[in-house]
Structure formats: structure tokens, C-alpha cells
Design a protein around this ligand. Structure first.
Ligand SMILES: [Zn+2]
Length: 409
């Protein structure tokens, strides 16, 4: 029988709430997604095992498998060893499919190629120059070079993770206070330069998508991912769905004012959560405690704390307390089962994790507080999440049938 945990993994997040709608189209879509999910989670796998694990008829499984083969999602590979009887051909994801991804940060860009299983085939970083037109031209040149290097792969598109909010309708960057770029149509420029379709989303959503598709969130339907670096970003999964809100602006907890007399914020407000709990806040606390923080980055502050600088420790602990206090509103608003934390703060997580946690436990209205889980490799998560943006577009019946090999020029 199919377990919910199986449905929750892999290619597309299947929302079982739709099962109640139960039109035959939706049922067919869901069956297909379930089969694809199982192939992904259990590959290599036989048709018979797919039928057994999904609870679907053998004939239904066979039809779906034929379709997935035709569309290149999956491949037939090894032959299973059995002591006797027929030896079934096993199925797996087609890792000849690849996605070009880019993680755009305020100071650098990382360009990579990721396959359908989330494996990195190439990864390079380049400094981000301040002129957006020239910066994007450099990124495009790097993308093309990588594509040529993997010319045997079939490229599905481009996914971009951005340090700001992306309007889901216009797919433009509408709010990126830390990037400091003038308005510039990144998507159009990359599509024109590469000839491939581009999907974009903010870095927090990218990390959350990565955890959903390639990570450890089996069965979790309510989660919040918080990135704590120069600012504070959040991605929200509620009732199994990624929440974007009007113009993609949902989850901007970082810009909820906590202290009306607090410092000015890049958004124009005052005393926002991010002015109190980001890396920049920690550096400010350090200065206020008399620490010499001229031009140092937060990892230097963390190093000083490790080396016994009491002001550095106090500054970081104050940041962590404010982080925990702000998380209370996140918990009250969304009641997540799990809060994933990533960003610069992770380097000091062994020291700060318990400080943050201590702020949460006394305020939970009912039950136990959510699990606080650090996402260690946030760069990897953003890049894999950018790949998931593209895969998500293609999943289910939305994926067009196309010739077997198609290399973008
Ligand atoms: Zn703000």
C-alpha cells in the first residue's frame, strides 16, 4: 500500500486534499505523480514493485510507465536478478536530463549544472559586479560554457535563486533591498541570451524547495525556512503548499517592526526583525559593546567569540535571542512542524542554537514547539532548489512530449 510518506517525496508534492475532488483527470494526474515519486524514491524499481507499493493496478502502472518513458522522465536500465522466473527490467529517473542553475547573491553568483537526481555536474562562482546588464552578461557566458561542456545532456531550462522577492506573475524581482540593483529584467535577459526558459524565486523558497524535493521532509506539511545572513528571509510551506501570496511577498517576517525605536531598515521602516536579528545586527551589538568591528564580517565576529572575546559572544547571543523572539510570531502565525534555519548564522549554530531554542519553548500555546533544524549546506540547497523550480514547472501532465534529444544551442 502507498504510504503518505512515499507520496511526500520526490518529483512533485502531491496534495492529498485534492483527492477529495476526485475528478478522473485529477485521479490520473495523481496516479502519475505517485508512480514518478516512487520511481524517484526507490529507483531502480520494477513495474511489479511499483504496483505493489502504490496499490495501483499493474495495467495502470504499465500505461503510466510507458508515458513517462516516452516523455524522457525515466529510463529502463538494469535487469533485476531473481533466483527464478522472469527478470524484470528496472526503472530509474533519466539523469541525462539536466538543469542550469544560478544562485545570485549580493556579492557573487554561482552557476551550476544539476541533474534530475540533484547531482552537481559542474559548479563555478564569479564575483557579482554592480552593473546588472554586465553582471548578467557574464552569468550567461558562464551558463553557455557549462552547457557546451555537458553537450550530451538534455537541458530542461534554467532556475535562478535570488536575494529578494519575485512576483510569480511577472517573474520580475520586485523587492531586493540587499542587492541594490536598479530595476532590471533578469529573466528576460537570460532567456534572450541562452534561448532557454527561466524560472526564478527567492533564496528562502529555493532552500525550502530543495528540502522538499531532495531533502528530509518526508510527510511534513507545515514548515518554515528562515535564512539569517545580512538580512532575514523566510519561505513558507503551509498545508503542503508553498505560499507565495500577492506578488510573491508572503513570508516577509524580516520586515515586521519589533521595536518602534529600533534602527532604520533597508526597507525604509524602523526596528524591523531583521535589524535586530541579522548578521548586521550582531555586528552592531558588538560595536555597541565597545568591540572593534570596523569592516569585519560576521564570521570574524564568530571567530572572536570562539577565541574568548566576551563582547563578541554577548553580541551573537543577543542576536540569537532576538531571532528566537521573532520566531514566536512565525510559530503563532503558521504553527509549523519544523523550522529550518540557514544562512551565515549556521557557522555559530553549535553556540547559538540552544539560545534560540530557549526563546521558543515557554511560548508555545499548545503541544510541543516545532523542531529547529539547521540546513548545513545552504549554497547547495539554493542551487538544488533552483533546479526544483524548473522540475516543478514540468511535473505532472504539464510536461510536453518532445523529441528524444534536444540540445539547446
Ligand atoms: Zn525592514
Amino acid at each position: 500500500m502507498l504510504r503518505i510518506a512515499d507520496v511526500k517525496r520526490g518529483i512533485r508534492r502531491v496534495d492529498l486534499a485534492y483527492a477529495q475532488l476526485a475528478s478522473s483527470d485529477i485521479a490520473r494526474d495523481m496516479n502519475r505523480d505517485v508512480v514518478l515519486e516512487l520511481i524517484r524514491a526507490r529507483q531502480p524499481i520494477s513495474r511489479a514493485d511499483l504496483a505493489r507499493l502504490s496499490g495501483l493496478q499493474r495495467s495502470t502502472v504499465s500505461l503510466i510507465v510507458e508515458e513517462l518513458l516516452e516523455e524522457d522522465w525515466i529510463r529502463e536500465g538494469a535487469v533485476a536478478r531473481r533466483p527464478r522466473g522472469r527478470r524484470p527490467t528496472l526503472l530509474g529517473l533519466n539523469d541525462d536530463l539536466a538543469i542550469v542553475v544560478c544562485d545570485l547573491r549580493p556579492t557573487q553568483a554561482i552557476v551550476a549544472v544539476v541533474d534530475l537526481n540533484g547531482r552537481f555536474l559542474s559548479r563555478e562562482s564569479l564575483p557579482l559586479i554592480s552593473d546588472p546588464g554586465r553582471a548578467v552578461a557574464q552569468i550567461i557566458a558562464r551558463m553557455k560554457k557549462m552547457q557546451q561542456r555537458h553537450a550530451q545532456k538534455s537541458f530542461e531550462g534554467i532556475g535562478v535563486s535570488l536575494p529578494g522577492r519575485v512576483d510569480p506573475d511577472s517573474q520580475t524581482l520586485i523587492f531586493a533591498p540587499n542587492l541594490k540593483w536598479p530595476r532590471y529584467d533578469i529573466k528576460k535577459a537570460i532567456e534572450r541570451g541562452t534561448g532557454m526558459k527561466v524560472e526564478m524565486d527567492n533564496a528562502a523558497n529555493a532552500c525550502l524547495l530543495s528540502e522538499l524535493w531532495f531533502g528530509r521532509m518526508d510527510g511534513v506539511r507545515n514548515a518554515v525556512l528562515i535564512t539569517v545572513s545580512e538580512g532575514i528571509g523566510a519561505g513558507v510551506l503551509a498545508n503542503g503548499q508553498l505560499v507565495s501570496g500577492k506578488q510573491g511577498m508572503a513570508g516577509e517576517f524580516g520586515h515586521i517592526p519589533i521595536d518602534p525605536n529600533g534602527p532604520g531598515c533597508a526597507c525604509g521602516g524602523r526596528g524591523c526583525w531583521e535589524t535586530l536579528a541579522s548578521s548586521r545586527a550582531a555586528l552592531r551589538y558588538y560595536r555597541e559593546l565597545g568591540g572593534a568591528s570596523d569592516g569585519i564580517a560576521v564570521n570574524e565576529l564568530m571567530k572572536r567569540a570562539e577565541e574568548g572575546d566576551a563582547s563578541a559572544s554577548k553580541a551573537l547571543e543577543k542576536q540569537a535571542r532576538f531571532l528566537g523572539q521573532g520566531l514566536r510570531m512565525v510559530i503563532a502565525a503558521l504553527a509549523p512542524e519544523i523550522i529550518l534555519v540557514t544562512g551565515e548564522i549556521l557557522a555559530a549554530w553549535p553556540r547559538l542554537g540552544s539560545v534560540v531554542e530557549a526563546e521558543l519553548s515557554p511560548v508555545v500555546l499548545a503541544g510541543t514547539p516545532p523542531r529547529l533544524v539547521p540546513v548545513e549546506e545552504s549554497e547547495v540547497a539554493r542551487l538544488r532548489g533552483a533546479a526544483a523550480m524548473v522540475l516543478q514547472r514540468h511535473s505532472g501532465y504539464r510536461r510536453a512530449r518532445r523529441p528524444k534529444s534536444r540540445l539547446a544551442s
